[in-house]
Design a protein. Sequence first.
Length: 441
Amino acid sequence: MSPELVSIAALLAIFVIGTIRSVNLGALAFVAAFAVGVGVLGMDTSEVLAGFPAELFVILVGVTYLFAVARNNGTVEWLVQAAVRAVGGRVAAIPWVMFVISGVLVALGAVSPAAVAIIAPVGMVFAARYGINPLLMGLMVVHGSAAGNFSPIGVLGVVTNGVVERSGIPGDVTGLFLSNLVFNVLLGLGVFFAFGGRKLLRAGRAAQVVEAAPGGAGAPQSGAGRGKTGVVTEAPARTETLALDRDRVVTLVSMAAMVIGALVFDLDVGLMALTAAVLLTLLSPAPAKEAVGQISWGIVLLVCGIVTYSGLMQTVGTVDYLGDAISRLDAPLLAALLICYIAAVVSAFASTTGILGALIPLAVPLLASGQVGAVGLIAALSISSSVVDSSPFSTNGAIVVANAPEEKQAVVYRQLMKWGFGLVLVAPLVSWAGLTVLADW
């Protein structure tokens, strides 16, 4: 059996074993990478671990550490109160605020994981406080960031348009951005109404908490009444309004510095978050005492293991192997659809940027046939590879799971897996049909 087929078989085994037995998929993936890389392919350990996502590891640890500190010292609770006042208490508006902010950050040049790492923790606290489905909030943040992905000044937009230009393929910068934007806005509408948006609209304004936010913030007060929508609609007898103290001011300044550092100076979000968390711990040890224990270590292991194995598959050449096989098909439209599916499947576990850089050149032979439109195929390929970032094995999905309330992380993980792999099945077909088949008629 070829190395490429061995790596695919091992990946399938990881999911089968992880489904049958309650074993962390990340741990299984590390074992599989060791067994396949060293035991079967004769690779060195350093080669096997070359795909370890050090940057993702730091992002997951740093961001969850910082927001654990912020949650413990009351900063997140203060942000919740300020944001709800800003939207006039309209709970239904909060997920869309998160959607728009995430999209704007990415469109202005932040990498999608950085935007999600900044917005998701706050969004999840809103969800816990106001009875919003955490899956709804997480997906709105992820697809909001995805909506800004292919802005002409966005990271993925610059990378994709650059690869298109170097490959000699006709491109449409504006068309790529707008097609992806519309696709994700429609997904956002679907997410909103599928996962509790109707209840939020019927609730109107909410004055109080539904359930405790992580760390104890936001527990319902006595005297508050909860309506059938799940959102508290009657104000309690007493509601404490938090004021800004020294720790909260320093925390807010640290968060603002993290945003500015990511957008303006292209600094690593994870390292900035770790720096801020350590400084806050030194400043006030008491609120940060339990923060390290609140880092989602199980999620870190799961994601890092899967991504490491995915890196091994890329090193072996599995993606190129599949892409080359498909590009030799005599049916260009079918080959285009299959390439979109490869982009979706691999990107659900690995770097979207890397996948686009590898697969766009493979589309050149298909475009040379004249039966597939260049602009439509590039847009379909870009959408297929980016919308699946909601998978819990992708960076964005992992950040959402890591910041969900601890008691709901397992549920959010399973739901994101269903949603993410549902998009793996549907997004390539829909984008291919709409942008290559129908667009050429």
